[in-house]
Ligand binder design. Structure first.
Ligand code: ADP
Ligand code: MG
Length: 237
């Protein structure tokens, strides 16, 4: 416990919530302490990521312990990897078992970029990672929509759920990335619909944001259970 607080102080990490796991000292700890498969560490090193960023140090162990998490850290601080890494570690590829993870992004561009990063980190393992495009959301062909991980804007995914009966009832990880922007853009209804569609009782819900407006705090308190709050740096940077 002492060590955890020393590390948090060193990296400017603030946490609230009970029993928060200690921050990572290094990526190597993922394999020594969390059973991480070698392909991920290999990919991290290929990407040139030597050390976890502060938000990654704290958010990765929290998500690996299957706690709902509300994470706030400045733009450019590595939030994408902070949710992708534990997600890949906790789900197994296999199309028979339905969609296992959902990432909601505020814009198409960001969704496409997140899908690319996800594929880089997943390289070497047979995950089906799909970007929900306009065409895909409209096609109504269930085989084409089958995947392990779906990355989408709220609008496209809401459309697929309601008009195409896209099934998210087996999702284990739901990420709302850039939650502040999702709200600014007025996606409240669609987010609500996606949260409801990920109906598994054990779903881990995560919210990442660069700032902490009231709307985001409110959503966090309504949709998340026994949440761990992580803040890196200033509250509104
Ligand atoms: P955010 O979502 O917080 O704005 P990103 O996840 O987009 O930030 O990451 C910003 C940049 O930092 C990206 O180019 C990403 O590849 C890089 N990056 C992420 N994690 C690390 C790391 N551990 N070491 C070095 N660079 C990293
Ligand atoms: Mg981001």
């Amino acid at each position: 416990i002492e060590k955890a607080s020393i590390l948090r102080k060193k990296y400017g990490i603030h946490v609230s919530g009970h029993g928060v796991p200690p921050p990572l000292e290094s990526f190597v700890e993922l394999s020594s302490g969390y059973n991480c498969k070698p392909y991920i560490l290999h990919n991290l090193s290929e990407l040139g990521f030597r050390q976890p960023t502060p938000i990654q140090r704290q958010a990765i162990p929290v998500l690996l312990s299957k706690r709902d998490c509300f994470a706030c850290a400045p733009t450019g601080s590595g939030k994408t990897l902070a949710f992708l890494c534990p997600m890949l570690m906790k789900i197994k590829p296999g199309l028979k078992n339905g969609v296992k993870a959902v990432v909601l992004c505020p814009t198409r561009e960001l969704a496409a970029q997140t899908a690319r990063e996800c594929k880089k980190l997943a390289k070497g393992r047979k995950f089906y990672i799909k970007l929900m495009t306009k065409e895909l959301s409209r096609c109504g062909d269930f085989d084409k929509m089958l995947c392990d991980i779906i990355i989408s804007t709220p609008f496209r995914l809401d459309f697929a759920i309601h008009k195409r009966k896209f099934d998210l009832s087996r999702v284990k990880y739901l990420v709302l990335d850039e939650a502040d922007k999702l709200f600014e853009l007025g996606f409240v209804e669609q987010i609500d619909s996606v949260v409801k569609a990920c109906s598994r009782t054990t779903v881990v819900r995560t919210l990442f944001s660069a700032t902490l407006p009231e709307t985001v705090e409110k959503l966090a308190s309504t949709v998340m259970v026994d949440v761990v709050r992580i803040i890196v740096g200033r509250k509104n940077s």
